[in-house]
Design a protein around this ligand. Structure first.
Ligand code: CAA
Ligand code: FAD
Length: 383
């Protein structure tokens, strides 16, 4: 078993780290306050190859693999998780088109997602009445002579106001009269699409989250992504990969909080000595670091398995997402504790890190749903 990173992985991680520290970190607190979408930062990241780390070179990606992608997103999220989640969704959209698209779809969309021509893509699965249970979605695509007409609404769509392409899931009628879910690539400028007011969120406030309404949205035949009726599986395959990204993002938040708390514990004095001298504080830091290391290993294992191409990694991706997001939440919470009253103010970053980490336990499938996925896999395939 070899835990050493190869040269490409180190290069991607170091590029992401340098960019995050110099270009993202200085603006993260302001972005949290103003909720400004990080368009410029995303364009710079595209130039550095960070908007397509796991996309093949043929479509303008860095072709550096899933482990490199996991490392990169951890670094970006350490500085600004709002940028991290935008990058993660863009990556998921690029990957799903690369995996299931026709040559024409890949050639048309992916280079725009990797080059920065599009600020991002959007992954439009959830609906107001169907979050954990996307199989219960109501959005419908009806066949016409020359394409499809979509009606319905989507909720919580990351980057929905700024995206260059939407992947939209909708019910379609099959030849036997039954309905199944299909996926479509939709141009956001198409007539009939309206974008709701951005959600006012607790954290990751620099990321854009909106609802979308589709009213008689006509799209061409060529917009179908993958097989008719095959959309649910496409979403599940995409989410398996996406969950590695969210785990890696949460890891970045936890690491940043732990690093800040360690530094503070060595400077802050009470009872005539640094608080870091007290075993009560040392034990907290030891637990935070240990749990985050376990989270890192789970994320990298799932990333490595995905990178092999022929290994099923559904259970491992859900374990990585579940554990890393909960470890990150605990680390951020303990970091606030170590900072004492100051940790509860905007003077220090730990309160933002705590808020930013909360949603990682909700999106990309809540942690209850990760447990559903893991438990089903256990019952089918054993331990
Ligand atoms: N890979 C391939 N196929 C899969 C699969 C996987 N991981 N998981 C399920 N499938 C297939 C099944 O084999 C089954 O196929 P058949 O119909 O041929 O038998 C089909 O999909 C239906 O599977 P289930 O019966 O297991 O489906 P379900 O309705 O019970 O739901 C679920 C399963 C895991 C709970 C799923 O609904 C789920 O993941 N829910 C959470 C949704 C979610 O994660 N949303 C995230 C939105 S994106 C986002 O949030 C972005 C962001 O973070 C910023
Ligand atoms: P619900 O499904 O209503 O769940 C409510 C509660 O019930 C949760 O605690 C849940 O775990 C629990 N629950 C539900 N079913 C079960 C069960 N079977 N067993 C045990 N507990 C259960 N979606 C997209 O499609 N694209 C995006 O880009 C996107 N970005 C997002 C960004 C943000 C900031 C947020 C907050 C959400 C985003 N989402 C996105 C939606 C996200 O994936 C959903 O919020 C999530 O899947 C949960 O759905 P819900 O909010 O409808 O909660």
């Amino acid at each position: 078993m070899d835990f050493t990173l190869n040269e490409t992985q180190r290069l991607v991680r170091d590029t992401a780290r340098r960019f995050a520290q110099t270009e993202l970190q200085p603006h993260a607190a302001q972005r949290d306050l103003t909720e400004e979408f990080p368009a410029e930062a995303l364009a710079q990241m595209a130039e550095l190859g960070l908007m397509g780390v796991n996309i093949s070179g043929e479509y303008g990606g860095s072709e550096a693999g899933v482990v490199a992608y996991s490392l990169a997103i951890t670094e970006i999220a350490r500085a600004d998780a709002s940028v991290g989640v935008t990058m993660a969704v863009n990556n998921m959209v690029g990957e799903v088109i690369e995996a299931f698209g026709t040559d024409a779809q890949k050639e048309h969309y992916i280079p725009k997602l990797t080059s920065g021509e599009f600020s991002s893509g959007s992954f439009c699965l959830s609906e107001p009445g169907a979050g954990s249970d996307p199989g219960g979605m109501r959005t419908k695509a009806e066949k016409t002579d020359d394409g499809w007409v979509i009606n319905g609404s989507k909720a919580w769509i990351t980057s929905g106001e700024f995206a260059g392409v939407f992947v939209v899931w909708a019910r379609t009628e099959m030849d036997d009269g039954k309905e199944r879910i299909s996926a479509f690539l939709v141009d956001p400028d198409t007539d009939g699409i309206s974008v709701g007011k951005p959600e006012e969120k607790m954290g990751q406030r620099g990321s854009n989250t909106v609802s979308l309404t589709f009213e008689d949205v006509a799209i061409p035949e060529s917009a179908l992504l993958g097989e008719l009726g095959g959309g649910f599986k496409i979403a599940m395959v995409a989410l398996d990969g996406g969950r590695i990204g969210v785990g890696s993002l949460a890891l970045g938040l936890g690491l940043e909080a732990t690093s800040l708390a360690l530094e503070y514990s060595q400077e802050r004095e009470q009872f005539g000595q640094p608080i870091g001298n007290f075993q009560g504080i040392q034990f907290k830091l030891a637990d935070m670091a240990t749990e985050l290391d376990a989270a890192r290993l789970l994320c990298l294992r799932a990333a490595w398995m995905k990178e092999q191409g022929d290994l099923r990694f559904t259970r491992q991706a859900s374990m990585a997402k579940l554990y890393a997001t909960e470890a990150a939440w605990r680390a951020c919470d303990e970091a606030v504790q170590i900072f004492g009253g100051y940790g509860y103010t905007k003077e220090y970053a730990v309160e933002r890190l705590l808020r930013d980490s909360r949603v990682t336990r909700i999106y990309e499938g809540t942690n209850e749903i990760q447990r559903v996925v893991i438990a089903r896999d256990l019952s089918r395939n054993g331990l």
